[in-house]
Design a protein around this ligand. Sequence first.
Ligand code: F6P
Length: 342
Amino acid sequence: MRVGVLTGGRDCPGLNAVVRAVVRKGVQEYGYEFVGFVDGWRGPLEGDTVPLDIPAVRGTLPQGGTILGTSRTHPLDEEDGVRRIRDNLDKLRVDALITIGGRDTLGTAARLADEHGLPCVAVPKTIDNDLSGTDRTLGFDTAVNVATGAIDRLHTTAESHKRVLVVEVMGGDAGWIAVHSGLAGGANVVLIPEQPFDIDQVCAWVTSRFRASYSPIVVVGDGARPRGGAPVLTHVPSAASGRVRLSGVGEWLAGQIEQRTGKEARTTVLGHLQRGGSPSPFDRWLATRFGLHAVDAVRDGDFGKMVALRGTDIVRVPIAEATARIKTVDPALYEEIGVFFG
Ligand code: F6P
């Protein structure tokens, strides 16, 4: 049995730990051979591979990034994409494909498996935690750790200068990083994409925090927007890429707060710090278990499935189900943490 492995889409901490677990169990327990596909779906599309064996994955458990490279190539956008992938898998004698990705990469895996019968198994990764069917995606815990550490640091400097400090965190269309790091870091306002915010209410919370003699920390997800408004973007997408690049709401918010409350406000954009570097112990644990169970799914011929965390168990769910809709923050959870606002 020869198994291909790819990592697609935006990177996150823990990708290498999945690849390592897949290879270790596949070689040691099942005698499989592996092929690393380079740069996500571009690898199988163009037949671009790297050797993948136990020496290749040695020492990669704590390494950030991905030793296989990544891209946001969409093979289904190409007229003959499916045929080219099929031909390359045949040529390389690859019997199964383990795809490690987020909504985009796994959405492609779901269609390739369900509509074209390709033998795909999926592993969910993204710092955004927005894939359905799993309690956690790989990379989320590390991002929350980075954001929480930053909020802890910002508290002390905010207090010294009696300033408002706005922290813009990632998360895309989901507010999971904002909610988790905001709660863990003791933020006074948390703003998420799922709940467009009222700027007057935000300023009222800021003012009440100062009245209690403390300096407010405002955590805002990069996809959050004011009520009735569009997302605030500092980067205008080129006509060629057409891709929206979220970021800018933090700076906009600080300007509005300063104007409306008369208090000095500054912004820290955490950006790609949340995606880089070594995975947290939890993400190493999750990545390893996802990898071990993904290779078991291959052994069972259980294609079209994604490994997922449910409680403390790793289960398998249809990839199509996990990618059909984005997992967003439940309004009840947001309301629950609202007791700490202001
Ligand atoms: O989906 C992961 C993510 O990091 C989001 O949280 C963020 O909004 C986006 O990607 C940033 O993307 P890029 O690296 O393409 O600017």
